[in-house]
Ligand binder design. Structure first.
Ligand code: APR
Length: 255
């Protein structure tokens, strides 16, 4: 059975071919087809299963460091078993087709990097870059050394070799500020880009959610890829309804 090839508006293709700077902002939806659960998607969203108050706050870590560290190690082990999907790969390919491309992701997995993307800004931190909760010293963990704790399994967090404090996940938790340098770089890229993709995000968590609106405000061509409606629908120049792993490869092939 012949599957019809997707067609895209010629002015979208032209905008990409002539762009000086493309920004691709992604949320959990871009990793969904790799098998990593999103946060708010229907019933399988992560926050339907795990109470963020129990795991994703500084207070939770102070109260139960073993439980919080164990949960993030469980997530890191999950990510190590997943592979970048065609959306991650298409984004890395697009970077080779346009003059300049910056990825801004809310995701804490490393699938963009494993697909070959190089200019990646992690607004909400990374599972692979823990920090000392006392002195702030940052550490890098390799992609596949997660102690595969079971769901909710308790694991004692490492202690910081510099100060002896507890090492915590390098994730921006609810109530915490985003890393200043990452946010500044993301805002600058947003303000100066010609095309801004918003892929696989519900556009509800600020300040990341402000970026596509900032892009629209400065006159960039805003392209949304999501199977569901979001608050960005009325502001996007193009809303491509579908899964990122299906739409993005066909769009990039057409550029
Ligand atoms: N392709 C594209 N989009 C998809 C796909 C897919 N295959 N599957 C789901 N989506 C869309 C959903 O329709 C939804 O709009 O991805 C979006 C996922 O939304 P959320 O689960 O809210 O994830 P996200 O927007 O990344 O959440 C932002 O919230 O909890 C915090 O820090 C956490 O970074 C996270 C932030």
């Amino acid at each position: 059975m012949k599957r019809e090839v997707m067609t895209f508006p010629p002015d979208l293709i032209e905008a990409l071919r002539t762009a000086h700077h493309v920004v691709v902002s992604t949320g959990a939806g871009v990793s969904q087809e790799s098998g990593i659960p999103t946060f708010r998607d229907g019933l399988e969203g992560l926050w339907e299963i795990f109470d963020p108050e129990q795991f994703a706050t500084p207070q939770a870590f102070a109260r139960q460091p073993d439980l919080v560290w164990g949960w993030y190690e469980f997530r890191r082990a999950q990510v190590a078993k997943c592979l970048p999907n065609p959306a991650h790969q298409a984004i890395a390919t697009l970077a080779r087709k346009v003059r300049r491309l910056t990825v801004i992701t809310q995701n804490v997995d490393n699938l963009h990097e494993r697909a070959g993307s190089t200019d990646v800004i992690h607004l909400h931190g990374s599972l692979h870059a823990p920090i000392c909760a006392s002195c702030g010293q940052s550490y890098m963990m390799s992609a596949n050394d997660a102690q595969a704790g079971e769901t909710g399994g308790r694991l004692p967090p490492p202690t910081c070799p510099s100060c002896g404090g507890l090492v915590r996940p390098g994730i921006v938790w609810f109530g915490e500020m985003l890393p200043e340098e990452a946010l500044e770089r993301a805002q600058q890229a947003t303000l100066h880009c010609d095309v801004f993709f918003s892929i696989g995000t519900s556009v509800v968590v600020y300040p990341a959610a402000a970026l596509p609106f900032m892009a629209a405000e400065q006159g960039a061509c805003v392209v949304q890829i999501n199977p569901e409606p979001t608050g960005l629908d009325d502001y996007a120049s193009f809303s491509l309804v579908g899964k990122a792993g299906e739409v993005m490869p066909e769009l990039v092939a057409a550029v």
